[in-house]
Design a protein around this ligand. Sequence first.
Ligand code: 8GP
Length: 830
Amino acid sequence: VEAEIPDSQKAAWKKHSAQGFKTKEEFENEAVRHIETTLARSLYNLDDGAVYGGTALAFRDRLVIDWNKTQQNQANADQKRVYYLSLEFLMGRALDNAMLNVGLKNVAKEGLAELGFRMEDIISQERDAALGNGGLGRLAACFLDSLASLDYPAWGYGLRYRYGIFKQEIVNGYQVEVPDYWLDFNPWEFPRHDVTVDIQFYGNVRKYTDDDGKQVSVWENGEIVTATAFDVPIPGYSTPTTNNLRLWSSKSSSGEFDFQKFNSGQYEGSVNDQQRAETISAVLYPNDNLESGKELRLKQQYFWCAASLHDIVRRFKKSKKAWKEFPQNVAIQLNDTHPTLAIPELQRILIDEEGLDWDTAWSIVVNTFGYTNHTVMSEALEKWSVPLVQSLLPRHLQIIYEINLHFLQYVERTFPKDRDMLRRVSIIEEGGSKMVRMAFLAIIGSHKVNGVAELHSDLIKTTIFKDFVKIYGEDKFTNVTNGITPRRWLHEANPRLSELIASKLGGYEFLKDLTLLHKIEAFADDKAFRKEFQDIKYANKVRLAKYIKEVNGVSVNPSSLFDIQVKRIHEYKRQQLNIFGVIHRYLTLKAMSPEERKKVQPRVSIFGGKAAPGYWMAKCIIHLVNEVGRVVNNDADIGDALKVIFIEDYNVSKCEIIAPASDISEHISTAGTEASGTSNMKFVLNGGLIIGTCDGANIEITREIGEDNIFLFGNLAEDVEEIRHQHTYQGVLLDESLEKVFDAIHGGMFGNSDEFKALTNTVINNDHWLTSADFASYIKTQDSIDVVFKNQEEWLRKAIVSVSRMGFFSSDRCIEEYAEAIWNAEPVKP
Ligand code: 8GP
């Protein structure tokens, strides 16, 4: 195509092509131009919001110039591309990240100052892009940052939800969900009204024999919904590589609305189709580690998978290569089982549309996909009812049955004696109602399956996927321990700590190679360094205390020990263990004389996190935390000795204030339940210590930083089953201190005790999450934390050594591992 353009035309384009700003002057030009023209505001009609808008648009222009060059360059390079399919991308704010990654933060800061604005105020105007629930979605966001920073030709594919995760308000101590209107102003996306795909649902399959005697299946007469692409540029750090996150939005295929109905006076009916279609990408399902099995969710999954695959296949076909080369050109990573329909969809395209035979097509499919599992908990494993799939995706159900047939025939040949094996591994679960087991389909249709931390990857091999290890061998299963991007989670969240580290390492190279942090260990005993490190932590605590004062109206003393647990509220994550521990502390303090109380290490217990709207028990936990806070924070006997805070609407940008301010953070899931956890990494990287169970990535964090630098407690994963068994057959032996805590709750100390009955009863009745079984060990460990914290020199030493040993947990390392062991992909030099 390039050759067909006349030279004179090329020269004209080159002369006028957008360059993007580089200097402070140019930045101010661009920002003011956008404020005055794009946003139609003026010097006399300005606020921080408008200046944020102008600044963001100026940076967006920069990004899109790099984005264009990157896409051109990657197309020319003709290398294997990576596609990361995820229903969730929990991106947070983009402006600060864009400024850092393109290296123009100081330029913008000076420019803004000259225009009369403070950088921090402008950055804080931005709303989070909250297209995710928790760890799984944030991991996808960190991976995009690392893929671009390492120059991989990689795209993310997701859904452009009109409403991301709900906004949480706390009203009278209860969680209330409010819609999040994040799209009101979003300068970071480019609508591509020319990039659309028609997606079919329902309908029927017609079979016929063609002229060559070949059986052909045609899926037809369905309902059509149109997918439109919205592109979000993803800038790499310290490289011009700018990748793409393509989010699909749904709309009616028949245009805006039905004109015939409209003209015949059926005004409401005329918009019905449109609304039905738009519903598909309207909301993010707000469940974390729980599947709801709703038809709309299945529609979302197919809509997104089909649009993305169509796009990927279209791009591949432009290369005019043979189909068998597809897996050498395309790697698709499935983030959990949500995109599993991409497997039968690619098979359908290859056999029904491209005319390949089954075996050739299937080998292409398997070599293309990789599947990442994020949980072993049965309530989170996706299953779809066969009749539902039959009605929505009739052709796909046929293909799934055929995949299953081929697979089971193979299993039968290989394990002729194990008849029960067929029942256990079949994609179709028989029984009352037939279900499609998505994880099994994902394993069978992928060449690699990975867990997200060592323990978790071992557990999937020995529990839920045990039979598949027998069938396929160990090699198909691998581990890639999660990581976090040091750009956002160190440099942006904690600029002073980043600066201190840079001053010792002679620059910011460690933001690209986090293992360089190990050189900081030499300063663990350096007095001046320790002092500076301590001052930074204190300043970060002051910043959080200020936020708490503003929002919660409670004064907390920044010299107290800040004890933080922020994550989705879930019984397995055990915020209930934490709050019961807090009540125990309160009762202990109450029983002391004022003199004794003065000697106790003051603490602020901070909680934050959303409960799925339908998860009643999680909502009870939030309510209890708030009620305990109300009582404790107003108890004059207690004063600074204990404060209990619930931070409303925990999200990515709040985490950036919270993580740098912790002394201790809690990662206390029942052993064997938290696949990895990633906030544990964020907290340690920011100079806080951890209290945690031997679970998920806590285990590898311990290995890296050393047992002396982490507070571990509780039963081990290998003993959990046995303990549960005992509970079932011998009843729960309630911990004595916990019993006192329950007495206080039942006695009405924290308001109407009926509201908390369910919470205490599940512990008393079967203690599935080992809250009582781990209580004594938890309390003892918390007490030892008070003792160590009093010795600030020792504490600082532990914290500094821990930071220096966190290099392994960069998401850059994860991406290198995926690229090497799963994708076989190489970077494209910009
Ligand atoms: C989460 C895990 O719970 C967490 O330990 C891990 O760090 C994170 O994934 C990233 O790997 N899992 C989920 O959020 C999850 O399984 N969600 C599915 C139900 C959707």
